[in-house]
Design a protein around this ligand. Structure first.
Ligand code: NDP
Ligand code: MG
Length: 393
């Protein structure tokens, strides 16, 4: 068995750490070439000591200097910094497999670099597909990259689709796909109480432990909206054939409905090491350290339709998908700005959706035929969002 040689982008984050946990269980299969972080230099130093990568990448020159000092003279790991170093480790010839787990638009360039280099690409960075889905999938096809979804819903759908799904929905007898959603911490809270929500309350997800940005997205259900757009590009399914179903237990990770009435789903405990291990070893299966699902203990699985009045961000994402072009890039950028402002105490939780909606309304949705178009839309939406947030303050 040839070892897979890995670059893990966003190694200091929640997905990065879960990836390293699975990797460390199978030293005969995986070798770590590069680990990247951004600001958590001490954590990255600790990971470098454990996994001895050839390269480590951090945000800037001062973080790089600190990391070199922490690792000491004679360390095996070369320390680099900046966005071009991320692109380099994502596309280096030695690397077979890239885990793209940087959060937000900051992950687009390196995810795309891995796709263009034809890597086996494990994609957690959903924002890259939301911003530039068509370009991204074209790059994957042109370079012959293997794109494997890490997002638990998309990984579940991937597992529930027939091999050869690339031939399209109709040829495979797929009627629609259904993304499940936990509904987050405010599924039953009074809508008129949401203006008092604090960052820590929004990040206290009932079932998953995740980074703070995606935790807030789960609380507004923008996360599910981004996932609808992600599914559109990953599976070539139009928005009207992608449904969302609230399932508070997070045991069924998503489903595929077929023309004959069959519904196939993937189940498991809510632990990201399952989709990570699946994608790392695909088409084989390896242990992930996840405890077996005990359905008798879970007892009951429940479901409800999402309420767009409670979760306006979900509706905004469907609207952006419908509008096409750069609308999804504008949605994503406005959301990143609004979430960062909320986490920084500068925007009320219940104003995240209003900010994104207003930016989306103002934006002209140009065609997204080049990366330049996408980055322009991203910059314009961020500017508009910041103005609105300032006006709210
Ligand atoms: P975290 O916030 O836990 O980690 C983010 C990682 O990205 C960290 O390593 C961070 O470095 C790095 N990073 C942050 N900003 C930059 C930047 N500007 N340039 C380079 N690197 C940067 O996020 P998660 O692990 O939760 O999420 C990662 C991605 O995976 C997101 O796109 C998310 O939507 C997706 N995802 C996550 C899931 C989860 O369970 N956590 C589930 C499904 C999808 P540092 O911390 O050192 O500053
Ligand atoms: Mg998900």
């Amino acid at each position: 068995m040839n070892k897979q040689v890995l670059s893990i982008l966003g190694a200091t984050g929640s997905i990065g750490l879960s990836t390293l946990d699975v990797v460390a269980r199978h030293p005969e299969r995986f070798e770590v070439f590069a680990l990247t972080g951004h600001r958590q230099v001490e954590k990255l130093a600790e990971l470098c000591r454990q996994h001895a990568p050839r390269i480590a990448v951090v945000a800037g020159a001062s973080e790089a200097q600190t990391l070199r000092e922490l690792l000491g003279a004679g360390a095996r790991t070369e320390v680099l910094h900046g966005a071009s170093a991320l692109d380099m480790v994502a596309s280096a010839p030695e690397v077979t497999t890239v885990m793209a787990a940087i959060v937000g638009a900051a992950g687009l360039s390196s995810s795309l670099a891995a796709a263009r280099a034809g890597k086996r690409l494990l994609l957690a960075n959903k924002e890259a597909l939301v911003m530039a889905g068509e370009l991204f999938i074209d790059a994957v096809r042109a370079a012959g990259a293997t794109l494997l979804p890490i997002d638990s819903e998309h990984n579940a759908i991937f597992q529930s689709l027939p091999a050869g799904f690339d031939y399209g929905l109709n040829q495979c007898g797929v009627r629609r796909i259904v993304l499940t959603a936990s509904g987050g911490p405010f599924r039953t809270a009074a809508v008129d109480s949401l203006h008092t929500v604090t960052p820590d309350q929004a990040c206290a997800h009932p079932n998953w432990v995740m980074g703070r940005k995606i935790s807030v997205d789960s609380a507004t259900m923008m996360n599910k909206g981004l996932e609808v757009i992600e599914a559109r590009w990953l599976f070539g399914v139009p928005g009207e054939r992608i449904g969302v179903l609230i399932h508070p237990e997070s045991v069924i990770h998503s489903m595929v409905e077929y023309d004959d009435g069959s519904v196939l789903a993937q189940l498991g405990n809510p632990d990201m090491r399952t989709p990570i291990a699946h994608a790392l070893s695909y088409p084989q299966r390896i242990s992930a350290g996840v405890s077996p699902l005990n359905l008798a203990k879970v007892g009951r699985l429940t479901f409800e339709d999402p309420d767009f009045r409670r979760f306006p961000c979900l509706q905004l994402a469907y609207q952006a998908l419908q509008a096409g072009g750069t609308a999804a890039a504008s949605l994503n950028a406005a959301n990143e700005e609004a979430v960062a402002a909320f986490l920084g105490g500068k925007l009320r939780f219940d104003r995240i959706a209003g900010t994104v909606g207003e930016v989306l309304e103002q934006a002209s949705h140009a065609s997204a035929s080049s990366l330049g178009d996408v980055l322009d839309a991203d910059a314009r939406a961020r500017h508009a969002a910041r103005e609105l947030i300032r006006a709210y303050a």
